[in-house]
Design a binder for this molecule. Structure first.
Ligand code: AMP
Length: 585
């Protein structure tokens, strides 16, 4: 396929807001794509060149792209910058320059006459890859020159999208899940294959690979998708149940473990992937942030290849005690890694093994996986620590274990069905989190909610000084956000300042309600905020609500903390909120 054709598809997708229509357009695009292009098209449509977990960044700041555009079309940097400021979209600015026939003398003299050929998707992809991979001394100039050359060789419409990709501003408005719908539509003319495709994606979270496999070998190929060392598996997630008795009733014999309050880490190790890779629950590759884990895995793992699931928790280097989540999360950083690692060393509490020496273990029962895990690490209890556990079906024993964890300053316990398989990406009833028992709380909620900030309201009086007086939060209902609370009290001064700082960064520069937000007119905020900030909210209870579009509202909400480890995809869903509402009855 030519890149020009792909750009026409992108333009159509950009203009469309109906989910169903987007799915159909994607299906047509996928039909037209060749087997070796479809994966690249998936990454490009998400504004990337590789799956996110590969961590390939363009390393091209806005200024560099302005220079590349200026060079490509033979005008001054300042003129491009000025136009960009006015237009707000460098892709459109560059497209217009190209359409109006601007030509960069500089670039032409450097590269000769632009080639007359029409570039294919594969060729543009290759060139973008080269630009992204330029590193080291002089790479800034090489990136700019190569980008400018590419811009001179592609059509105006293509220029729009190629400029937006390194800026991280492609914004076609869909995620991997919509791409999976598009694949299903290509195969069956409806969304009926989505569960199967999603199941495969949960095991191998590489959308390009899923698309390519499906295009080449159809459903059969998808069924054969297997755990792959180096490619993250979507984390199994936990449900909630109101009482211990119900947990035992539903799950029978259970494994009970402490619920650590840190950050989920999936660790892959093996020579074929060049050592150790560490992924978060959001599929981010964070290997370089945790050098002590990398070292410990190399020394303490007794296997050629392994994938294990764990929780990383910061410890106080003096006392060895657990540090709160807010401290642990400081380890997620780009700079000053070594210093922070000394200040907040991490312990990795291992609770599952998903693959060992060429064999996927996700279908094995938890009990057996645990046996394998115990044999696979040296028990030095330094950085890699096997999570303690008991196996029981006695509610009182579970309560006692849970109480012990609370007294040790942990969040509670995780209760897992002893004979269950690992369920990638699923919030099933094989894992249940047990923070606080309903009956003991006097009407409180069984769990906190992870909500998304949708907008902010200006404050009056003292709050005006913070820049924000209240904020609107919501939960996800499929692809739409519905509101559950307008929070205006219960925050410390510091938290208000933090809300302002974070929301200001993510403010949308338009008064128009975003398409994916469903909000009652009476609740329209002063500023709409991109759905990228997840906050953990505690509430006394949930009531039915005529104005909140969830149909439910939180009573006496309080901000517990910012969940920087979660994206909107890990936020609480409407279905879960409804369950919490049911649970309190
Ligand atoms: P939540 O984020 O409240 O839904 O709780 C699930 C999270 O608890 C997981 O994603 C893990 O990060 C964390 N966790 C802590 N201890 C454990 C454990 N023993 N087993 C599984 N997950 C755990």
């Amino acid at each position: 396929m030519t890149f020009k054709k792909l750009s026409e598809y992108f333009e159509e997708l950009e203009k469309t807001s109906s989910r169903l229509k987007i799915t159909e357009i994607l299906a047509n695009l996928f039909k037209e794509a060749e087997e070796d292009e479809i994966g690249k098209i998936c990454y490009l449509s998400l504004g990337r060149l590789l799956p996110q977990y590969e961590g390939l960044e363009f390393q091209m700041a806005e200024k560099m792209l302005v220079r590349a555009v200026a060079k490509a079309f033979g005008i001054e940097d300042q003129a491009v910058q000025k136009q960009y400021k006015k237009e707000g979209d460098l892709g459109v600015v560059a497209e217009e320059l190209k359409a109006r026939g601007y030509k960069g003398a500089q670039v032409q003299s450097l590269f000769g006459e632009p080639k007359k050929q029409i570039l294919s998707v594969g060729e543009v992809y290759k060139r973008l890859m080269e630009i992204a991979k330029e590193k080291g001394e002089g790479s800034v100039d090489r990136k700019i020159t190569k980008m400018a050359a590419l811009l001179t060789e592609i059509e105006a419409l293509a220029v729009r999208f190629v400029v937006r990709i390194p800026l991280g501003k492609l914004r076609l408005g869909f995620s991997e899940m919509t791409l999976l719908d598009g694949l299903s539509w290509m195969g069956k003319g409806d969304k009926s294959l989505r569960p199967e495709l999603e199941g495969a994606f949960n095991v191998v979270a590489d959308i390009g690979k899923i698309a390519e496999t499906f295009k080449k070998s159809g459903e059969k190929g998808i069924k054969e998708i297997k755990v792959t060392l180096g490619v993250p598996i979507l984390s199994a997630l936990a449900q909630r149940l109101p009482t211990v008795e119900e947990m035992v009733e539903k799950m029978g014999e259970v494994v009970v473990e402490p619920k650590y309050d840190g950050t989920r880490l999936q660790v892959h190790f093996g020579r074929s992937i060049g050592g150790v890779r560490v992924f978060t629950r959001n599929l981010e590759n964070v290997t370089h942030m945790f050098p002590e884990i990398v070292e410990a895995v190399k020394k303490e793992v007794k296997a050629e290849e392994i994938i294990f699931d764990s929780e990383g928790v910061g410890v106080d280097p003096k006392t060895g005690g657990y540090l709160p989540f807010q401290e642990t999360i400081k380890r997620k950083r780009k700079y000053g890694i070594e210093d922070k690692a000394k200040e907040i060393p991490l312990k990795c509490y291992l609770f599952d093994v998903l693959y060992k020496d060429g064999k996927s273990l996700i279908s094995e029962p938890l009990r057996k996986r645990r046996e394998i895990l115990e044999k696979a690490i040296e028990h030095k209890a330094n950085t890699l620590v096997l999570s303690p556990q008991i196996i029981t079906s006695d509610p009182e024993e579970i309560r006692a274990f849970h109480q012990e964890q609370i007294e040790r300053g942990l969040e509670g316990a995780m209760i897992k069905k002893a004979d269950s398989a690992y369920e990638p990406g699923r919030r099933g009833f094989t894992w249940v989190k047990f923070k606080q028992e309903e009956t003991k709380k006097g009407g409180g909620l069984a769990d906190t909610l992870d909500c998304v900030i949708m907008g902010t309201y200006r404050g009056k009086g003292k709050r005006a000084g913070f820049g924000v007086g209240a904020f609107l939060v919501g939960v996800k209902k499929d692809d739409v956000f519905v509101t559950v609370s307008k929070i205006g009290t219960g925050l410390s001064d510091e938290q208000w300042r933090e809300v302002y700082k974070r929301t200001e960064n993510k403010a949308l520069k338009t008064e128009e309600k975003p398409e994916e937000y469903s909000v009652d007119k009476n609740l329209y905020p002063d500023t709409w905020v991109k759905p990228e900030i997840v906050v953990e909210i505690q509430a006394d209870n949930i009531t039915e609500s005529p104005i909140h579009t969830a149909g439910l509202a939180l009573r006496f909400p309080r901000l517990v903390r910012f969940r920087d480890d979660k994206t909107q995809n890990q936020a609480t869903t409407l279905r879960e909120t409804e369950k919490l509402f049911e649970l309190q009855k």
